[in-house]
Ligand binder design. Structure first.
Ligand code: M6R
Length: 615
């Protein structure tokens, strides 16, 4: 939620910041702003809209400033408009601030500041914080960084902030609590950003601030990190950035989402690389091996996550219960936290998160940790907050996912969960050696099968998209392992095309949703050859009797369902536990092509953000 970036060095700051904002736009894109400090003068531009709208407003900026910062916003407090956009400047015009997060006690602080004569132009919590810093500076007579620290100690909430003072053009102060912040260290230049993408081409040295830390960045002194609470000095830990420019560019595709769909054969292979060792007859996952007793003796495994990652968790439940016979519960992180859950030190809690920054998941995980559970992370973003909080974990290694709609991260999560389930099943002795070997050999073929599905279905899916692009409603049905895939297919469609879509377990249809079915209702049914095949055939018959239009995902060479439905999309014949990965692909493509035909911005759908760092 919101992207922040900044630069201090010897190069022109404007192009670096604008470029950085474009890379961070996935974090929020309803408004954008930039502030530069040139000869102790602030040059500020901000606007409702995207970074490209901000560029239009900067044509007269004419600046060579070498220090500045920028913001791309996902609105929390106050509608997206020019005034609520960041940066915000203090009443005395001397302090500028950008912020990602929420100041929960902003109203109390605002009332206090108003009583002291401060005036507010915007509805934001951020404008309160920048004025609180001014207030601290004036009342405590302290230096700039200390005033920032005093102000932060009054704040309840979450933040990653960057602050500049007009009289100190050689300095940026940054701080974080529950929202990410990375500092890039170059030769006589420093970069700050919500993630490392804005500075990937400039430096490979990065410092990730920890919760409760702040840093003063100056050209003379470099990066000086302290604790916000008591100003205790923190040693600088510089890490090597393992991200390439190529990974964060579109590479010839029209959209990141399409690129990421097409990357899946590779991303799934990357997920399994070095782990799935078929020739050696093993799955190598240190995080599981080192703590296998925790998993094998767990009273239950609780999976917590949000959105698409929650759907992966549901597939994980089927996988772990079916193969490893360990009880699993899957919870929305946001609900888990607030319902006084029963967790003990005999439980294993798995958090699944692409970004590793989702506020609800992070907070739920903290709760589980407090209650003594062993916590395990399945994250895509290396060194993200969730990855760092967990006792152990498995990265998905899907590479940067930039399209807001999650695609390759989802199938990578499924691949990790499949490996975990098969590995636990073997360690627990509940599957035979032969079944283990068959499953891992089959899993190894999945990347190529994903490639085949993309190649063989993309044109067909495009044609189907043309038939249904003007539809207002969709229903997605699946059974067993494919019920979560129905939910995921519906989520993909609604988030990028704005068509109302619902996913249901196929058998539940007759308990309500069947009332919606008529000749105008397209129904996507995931109907591969499994033990539930006959049941799903009956469900399709029920739909046909009500004249619904069925688009079915079927096993290759299926004839029975093919003859009953309007369109049949084939996927290869694989074991039931591996179908979710393959069945996801045509549903991702369907959502993508329908959204394109409707003229939607698939990479940046309205009201959404890639990384949801507010609860
Ligand atoms: O980064 P996370 O996996 O924790 O994000 C969770 C959800 O916000 C995310 O999956 C969201 O539902 C996606 N936009 C779905 O495509």
């Amino acid at each position: 939620m919101c992207g922040i970036t900044g630069y201090i060095g010897y190069k022109e700051a404007y192009p670096i910041i604008i470029n950085g904002l474009k890379r961070l736009e996935y974090r929020g894109y309803d408004s954008a702003g930039i502030i530069l400090n040139e000869n102790e003068n602030f040059k500020l531009r901000k606007t409702k809209g995207k970074v490209s709208d901000l560029e239009d407003k900067c044509t007269d900026l004419n600046t060579k400033a070498t220090v500045g910062m920028g913001h791309t916003r996902w609105a929390t407090h106050g509608v997206p408009n020019d005034i609520n956009s960041h940066p915000h400047v203090s009443n005395n015009g001397k302090i500028a601030l950008i912020h990602n997060g929420i100041i929960e006690n902003y109203n109390t602080l605002k009332i206090m500041l108003i009583s002291k004569g401060y005036v507010f132009k915007s509805e934001t919590d951020t404008e309160v914080l920048v004025n609180l810093i001014q207030y601290m500076q004036e009342t405590q007579q302290e230096d700039f960084a200390t005033a920032v620290r005093y102000a932060l100690n009054e704040v309840v909430g979450a933040y990653a902030i960057a602050v500049m003072e007009i009289d100190r053009p050689q300095e940026i102060v940054v701080a974080r609590l529950s929202s990410p912040l990375a500092i890039g260290i170059g030769e006589n230049e420093y970069f700050i950003a919500s993630d490392a993408s804005p500075f990937v081409e400039f430096t490979k040295e990065v410092v990730y601030l920890e919760d409760g830390e702040m840093a003063t960045i100056t050209l003379e002194g470099g990066v000086d990190v302290h604790k916000i609470k008591d100003n205790a000095k923190v040693n600088l830990i510089i890490q090597e950035l393992k991200l390439s420019l190529e990974e964060i560019e579109k590479g010839g595709y029209d959209h990141f989402m399409l690129k990421e769909i097409h990357e899946q054969p590779k991303s799934i292979m990357d997920t399994m690389r070095g782990r799935l060792l078929v020739n050696e007859g093993t799955i190598q996952m240190a995080g599981i091996l080192d703590y296998q007793d925790k998993f094998l003796n767990a009273e239950k495994i609780i999976i917590i996550s949000c959105g698409t990652s929650w759907h992966a968790g549901l597939v994980g439940e089927y996988l772990i219960e079916d193969l490893a016979r360990i009880p699993v519960e899957v919870e929305y992180a946001s609900e888990f936290r607030y319902r006084n859950p029963i967790i003990t030190d005999k439980d294993v809690v798995i958090a699944i998160s692409q970004s590793g920054e989702t506020a609800d998941t992070l907070a739920a995980l903290k709760l589980a940790k407090e209650k003594g559970a062993f916590i395990y992370g399945i994250c895509n973003v290396v060194d993200s907050s969730i990855a760092r909080l967990t006792d152990a974990g498995s990265y998905t290694h899907a590479g940067p996912e930039i399209g807001v709609a999650s695609t390759k991260a989802f199938t990578a999560q499924l691949a990790v969960l499949t490996m975990i389930a098969i590995k636990l099943a073997k360690h627990k002795g509940v599957i035979s050696e032969e079944k283990f070997n068959t499953l891992i050999a089959e899993l190894e073929t999945i990347p190529n099968k994903v490639r085949d599905v993309i190649k063989n279905t993309e044109e067909q899916v495009k044609a189907i998209a043309r038939l249904y692009a003007k539809t207002s409603n969709f229903l997605y049905l699946g059974r067993g392992y494919n019920y979560p895939i129905a939910l995921e297919g519906a989520l993909k469609l609604k988030e990028i095309s704005y068509i109302h879509a619902e996913g249901y377990p196929a058998a539940e249809m007759k308990h309500g949703p069947i009332a919606l079915i008529d000749e105008n209702m397209p129904i996507v049914v995931i109907a591969p050859k499994t033990d539930h095949y006959d049941k799903i055939v009956s469900n399709i018959q029920e739909i046909n009797s009500r004249k619904g239009n069925v688009i079915a995902i079927v096993t290759e060479n299926d004839t029975q369902v093919r003859n009953m439905v309007s369109q049949a999309i084939e996927i290869p014949d694989v074991s039931e536990c591996l179908i979710p990965i393959l069945a996801s692909i045509p549903l991702q493509l369907l959502a993508y092509y329908i959204a394109i035909l409707r003229g939607a911005n698939v990479d940046q759908p309205r009201n959404l953000a890639k990384s949801v760092t507010v609860e």
